[in-house]
Write a protein that binds this ligand. Structure first.
Ligand SMILES: Cc1ncc(COP(=O)(O)O)c(C=O)c1O
Length: 405
């Protein structure tokens, strides 16, 4: 099959050129690491030049008002009070900071789900083994028909011993939006704290952290907000902030300052580092909202519609059913691969798609049937033709595999 290039229909002609993406690749995996527009990267470069022009001036006088301002804009965007928010380099760090700050006893239960992201599940296993607490894993069915199945699966595993529930807002392998506002409300009523891993949520779905009411919430800015890599946040409800310490203890621990909470003083400075990704978060929010006349709402809606169309094209081509309703996905969708593909090595299919057809799309094994999942993403630079191209390629690869049998 011949690669046709990127002369695809896009909402804004040549919009892809606003990114540095390799023009030879059909890039259908915004979800893994995001992709940062050149305008935001160029602001980051200017900040880096400013930093290197006078590092002492930058770190003594300039960086703090800049990250405060960026944090204010982010707080506004995600419906939080800026005093409850700190920057962290990524969601994994946010999850670790919370889990490793808390103390659990052997009588405690920590609850998560079988859709939890591996890195954060490892952090959970680590604190559970350190404290001899018990880890309970709620099994969310997949495929599934409604958010109610998620609520039921989680709540039935809550007990009087449950101390904390770790939930993804949008799951990584299965691409599901979990009903977090409803679950948090139910868990709050039961007096159970919640740690929400919203790694994919900012920029993919509207967020109002104050309304959600979770105890802890972390999210990435380098994915769907398109900020530079290494920008994420951790939200902690006010009365728990004194308990949550960064993984690195630094100057903030004995700072005499009173203009900020120790929570912010400690997280804001974890030793010398490059803070430019944090400072660019506000610019990324502004840049992405400027792309379509309807701002973020139109962008999110357009990406959602595109991924739903892409899912339909791929499900039709592969003769499989969509695994969840459209209202449970944002701008990522998972396609269960047909049974005949299940014994194939997922890494080799990925390599074949990448090496022979220049398509970047993730395939991951799942715990039970359907055993192999393919996840597509839709960002403003993607078009329906790209999913059609993937569908054509998969149909031809499938035909080849069947002929070889
Ligand atoms: C649900 C979830 N949590 C956490 C992460 C980790 O993100 P990061 O590597 O930026 O910490 C991811 C990454 O895709 C994810 O999907």
């Amino acid at each position: 099959m011949k690669y046709e290039g990127h002369n695809f229909r896009l909402p804004i002609p040549n919009i892809r050129e606003l990114w540095s993406l390799d023009p030879n690749i059909t890039f259908l995996n915004h979800g893994s690491f995001g992709a940062c527009p050149q305008a935001v990267l160029s602001m980051q470069q200017q900040l880096r030049s400013k930093l290197e022009a006078e590092p002492v001036r930058f770190f003594i006088r300039e960086w703090e008002p800049l990250i405060n301002e960026s944090r204010n804009q982010l707080a506004h965007f995600i419906g939080a009070d800026e005093r409850d928010l700190v920057f962290v380099p990524n969601a994994t760090t946010g999850v670790n900071a919370v889990l490793r700050s808390l103390h659990f006893s052997p009588d405690d239960e920590l609850l998560t789900t079988n859709h939890e992201y591996n890195a954060c599940r490892n952090a959970l296993d680590f604190v559970v083994s350190r404290s001899d607490a018990r880890l309970v894993v709620a099994k969310i069915p997949f495929p599934l028909e409604s958010p109610q199945q998620v609520i039921a699966a989680v709540l039935e595993r809550v007990s009087a011993k449950t101390k904390l529930v770790l939930l993804d807002h949008i799951t990584s392998q299965t691409g599901l939006i979990l009903p977090i506002p409803e679950l948090v409300r139910e868990l709050n009523l039961r007096g159970v704290d919640t740690l929400i891993d919203g790694s994919h949520a900012p920029g993919m779905i509207p967020l109002n952290l104050q309304e959600i009411g979770a105890t802890y919430y972390t999210g990435n800015c380098h994915k769907w907000l398109c900020a530079p890599k290494g920008a994420a946040f951790l939200y902690v409800v006010r009365d728990k902030q004194s308990e949550i310490r960064p993984l690195t203890i630094s100057h903030g621990a004995n700072s005499p300052r009173t203009d900020k909470s120790s929570f912010q003083l400690e997280f804001d400075w974890m030793g010398t580092d490059d803070p430019t990704a944090y400072i660019c978060v506000a610019e990324a929010i502004k840049f992405m909202s400027s792309l379509l006349s309807g701002g973020w709402d139109e962008l999110r809606q357009r990406n959602h519609e595109l991924v739903c169309q892409g899912r339909e094209v791929l499900c039709d081509a592969l003769k499989v059913l969509p695994p969840c309703p459209e209202n449970m996905i944002g701008s990522m969708a998972v396609i269960p691969m047909p049974e005949s593909w299940e014994n194939l090595d997922f890494a080799s299919i990925h390599d074949q798609l990448f090496d022979h057809f220049a398509i970047e799309v993730p395939l991951t094994p799942w715990q039970e049937k359907p055993k192999l999942l393919m996840r597509i993403s839709a960002q403003i630079y993607n078009s329906i033709e790209e999913y059609k191209y993937l569908a054509e390629v998969l149909t031809s690869v499938r035909g080849e595999k069947e002929r070889q049998r």
